[in-house]
Write a protein that binds this ligand. Structure first.
Ligand SMILES: O=C(O)CCC(=O)C(=O)O
Ligand SMILES: [Fe+2]
Length: 367
């Protein structure tokens, strides 16, 4: 039984045998980074009518707009979210400082195969024969231990910014949870694991800093392969360089343009389960480019470790049977670590009539 998040990581260690590439000195794309079949994937040049919803959280219609965006996109951008712009710049600068360190220094804070926190390549790399043009740094809880290895003397500036960001993100994630639950007609009484004040006490979160260095051959490289997040929701800050794409049914891959001060919110797999599939988790990926260093900071938000996530009873009736089994976050992460993009269908109880073929199957295959 995987009772804690760390158990799921320990049970499925990710052994990544490849050496971390020093991106700053790479003049050509090594063969091990060349994704030969990239051209096969559907792509869209974003027709103007198909752009991701941007929702002002102070808009009196925000609840309705969020509900619509979650249903039809599984992702949206928010403005007037209350996170100070200065803090967004600070966290971006902190990430930039970290990834600009020499590779040997960064490796001192490497994530261990069984661990969650630290520097390394994306965990999903294990599912692909080719490597991704990116590096990451994951922080769960205090950043102190790893930050000290990177900057033995002056780690406190990094830690202060990260801790402030984690605190602000936690509040925003709770607020967004209530917007999303509210748009499904749910109230505080319906969510057993929320406090009377609407706090999700014991909720677990991780911060994922992503770096996508400029790439000598971007058309053949992949920054981060297509995946859904195993979260309730993810709040993403991207710097001013585009690269994030989301898959929209019937339209293909659509670029999410960076919008200064706005944050991207993804519906994750656990919200997908909670909403009995009404709000689908969004398949997304990150592309790279030739000249700009792209950075993103993802706040991965999930439930307390003891919560069994299952379709909410208020959304179930004889016409809408529960489609998913109850799972804790760590159980779900265990399934994801083993089966990657098939995890959601593996916790499914029954197939939908007229269900579309699992689009992720074809996207994951890179051979
Ligand atoms: O860098 C991005 O835009 C996407 C990052 C992401 O999907 C993740 O960290 O899960
Ligand atoms: Fe993601």
């Amino acid at each position: 039984m995987l009772s804690k998040l760390s158990d799921a990581f320990r049970a499925y260690p990710v052994e990544l045998h490849h050496k971390q590439l020093d991106f700053s000195s790479a003049e050509e794309l090594p063969d091990s980074y060349a994704w030969t079949e990239l051209g096969e994937y559907p792509s869209s040049h974003c027709p103007s009518k198909e752009s991701l919803p941007i929702i002002d959280l102070n808009d009196p219609n925000a609840l309705k707009l969020i509900g619509h965006a979650c249903k039809s996109w599984g992702v949206y951008q928010v403005t007037n979210h209350g996170i100070p712009e200065e803090l967004l710049h600070d966290v971006e600068r902190a990430a930039k400082n970290l990834f600009s360190l020499p590779v040997q220094q960064k490796l001192k804070a490497s994530r261990s195969p069984e661990g969650i926190s630290g520097y390394g390549v994306a965990k999903i790399s294990a599912f692909f024969p080719k490597q991704m043009w990116s590096e990451g740094f994951t922080i769960m809880g205090s950043p102190m231990e790893h930050a000290r290895r990177l900057w033995p003397q002056d780690y406190s500036l990094f830690c202060d910014v990260i801790e402030k960001y984690q605190k602000e993100m936690k509040q925003l994630a709770e607020r967004l949870m209530w917007f999303m639950l509210g748009s499904l007609g749910l109230t505080k009484e319906d969510i057993k694991w929320s406090s009377p004040k609407g706090e999700f006490t014991g909720a677990v979160a991780a911060l994922q800093l992503n770096s996508y260095p400029a790439c000598p051959d971007p058309d053949r490289a992949m920054g981060l392969a297509a995946h859904t997040d195993s979260t309730l929701l993810t709040i993403l800050h991207q710097n001013n360089t585009s690269g994030l794409q989301v898959l929209k049914e019937g339209s293909g891959w659509i670029t999410v343009p960076p919008l200064s001060g706005a944050l991207v919110v993804n519906v994750g797999d656990l919200f997908h389960i909670l909403s009995n599939g009404l709000y689908p988790s969004v398949l997304h990926r990150a592309m790279v480019n030739r000249t700009e260093h792209r950075l993103s900071v993802a706040y991965l938000y999930g439930p307390p470790s003891w919560v069994q996530v299952s379709p909410l009873p208020e959304l179930i009736d004889s016409n809408h049977p529960p489609l998913y089994k109850p799972v804790t976050w760590s159980e779900y992460l265990g399934t994801k670590a083993k089966h990657f993009n098939k995890a959601l269908s593996l916790v499914r109880l029954c197939a939908l009539v007229n269900e579309l073929p699992d689009v992720s199957d074809s996207i994951v295959k890179v051979s």
